[in-house]
Design a binder for this molecule. Structure first.
Ligand SMILES: *Cc1c(COP(=O)(O)O)cnc(C)c1O
Length: 388
């Protein structure tokens, strides 16, 4: 077994192994779609946005899809349209934007614990936090469905709208049904780290025609068409340029998704042989997008914690992310305002590490990452030696 670079061994990826390399469609394909509108100056609010909305609606099997400028703006507009009459429950283990969308709507946040093995919102704690709440947003963490059936049931019991932060989950399925058709609305992101790429952009998917209309009006300053604003909206439109990229990306999306799943499977079997590492659990009835491949490090068994493992991987040229650390309830803007503690979430957030995964990642490079994980474990004691 080669000596880890962190101990002076050879660097595995001297040229660097990036954390993510977005799968970009051929530029020709983008230009071909864009050219007609571009040449006439129709570069926003045009036919490509409509085409993207229709294609997504068909694929997600949901009647209404509204394209917006980002997932964050989509969540903000959906919440604005619903006007929850109380705090909004959401996981502490999520990206900052989930919380910010609530905060920008002037609603209080109620942070929910996560499950130790799936990293998804803990449904029992969610049920408790729904008492007195006005709505809930649950994230499909790392592209794995967050058991939307149970989330919908909890919301229905409490008589509240259920929103899903589906930023990671375009292409995921829950019990054979596409993620996108659950709850009151689901909101996707189209930024380069997410499975489907537009550059910037988001999609609001809903079965509620009135909500879809409200988001369409909201993304256009609240203007229903007569310049007499119904609500204080935003400029939340998606441009034709971004829609052209997303449409071209959709053409190869299934292939990319299948590749991601093969790579995730390869990682899983490799990581299973390394003591002290475990992989995010995904229900057998569900399919993740594997937007992220995330391992949990049991420092007592592995010999190092997630932060030290990250340092060791950086020394090899492997770029990683500590998603989501710190968890959002402990971000500076929320920590003192809410004083909320979530022991399981904090333990998970402190011990997970997301590894490189993207469609063009060669299996041989992935195998090398797994070898490094094993080698670092083998040398853990030496790596930890004080004064090394
Ligand atoms: C990326 C991300 C967002 C924000 O998406 P944008 O399109 O960049 O606004 C929201 N929630 C989660 C969980 C994300 O990972």
């Amino acid at each position: 077994m080669t000596r880890p670079a962190v101990l002076g061994g050879p660097v595995s990826f001297p040229e660097g192994l990036p954390f993510v390399q977005p799968s970009m469609p051929p530029l020709d394909e983008v230009v071909r779609r864009l050219r007609p509108g571009y040449d006439t100056g129709r570069v926003t609010d045009g036919p490509l946005v409509r085409q993207l909305e229709e294609a997504a609606s068909e694929r997600l099997d949901v009647p209404e899809v509204v394209a917006v400028s980002s997932c964050t703006v989509g969540l903000m507009l959906v919440l604005r349209a619903l006007g929850p009459q109380g705090p909004v429950a959401l996981p502490g283990f999520t990206f900052a934007a989930t919380a910010h969308a609530v905060d920008w709507n002037g609603r209080a946040l109620k942070f929910v614990e996560c499950d130790e093995r799936t990293f998804q919102a803990d449904t029992a704690d969610l049920r408790r936090k729904l008492a007195g709440a006005g709505a809930l947003i649950v994230t499909h963490v790392f592209g794995a469905p967050c058991d939307p059936t149970s989330v919908e049931a909890a919301a229905a019991e409490a008589g509240l709208p259920a929103l899903f932060d589906s930023a990671h989950a375009f292409g995921a399925t829950h019990r054979g049904r596409p993620v996108g058709s659950f709850g009151t609305a689901e909101v996707f992101s189209l930024t380069p780290t997410k499975p489907l790429v537009a550059g910037e952009g988001g999609l609001v998917a809903t079965r509620d025609a009135a909500l879809a209309r409200a988001v369409r009006v909201g993304r256009n300053y609240g203007n229903p068409g007569n310049y007499d604003s119904e609500v204080s909206g935003l400029n939340g439109r998606l441009s034709e340029l971004h829609a052209a990229v997303a449409l071209a990306s959709l053409e190869r999306f299934d292939e990319d998704l299948a590749t991601r799943r093969r790579l995730a499977q390869r990682y899983r079997s490799g990581v299973a042989a390394v003591p002290g590492l475990s992989v995010q659990e995904v229900a057998t009835s569900d399919e993740s997008t594997w937007k992220d491949f995330t391992v949990r490090v049991d420092a007592g068994v592995y010999g190092l914690g997630a932060a030290e493992l990250r340092t060791a991987l950086t020394a090899e040229g492997v770029d990683t992310r500590r998603y989501f650390f710190p968890p959002v309830h402990l971000h500076t803007t929320y920590r003192d305002r809410y004083g909320c503690r979530l022991p399981v979430t904090e333990s998970v957030a402190g011990s997970v590490l997301s590894l490189p995964i993207w469609p063009a990642l060669e299996p041989a490079r992935l195998d090398r990452v797994v070898e490094i994980l094993a080698a670092v474990h083998e040398h853990a004691e030496e790596i930890c030696q004080p004064g090394r």
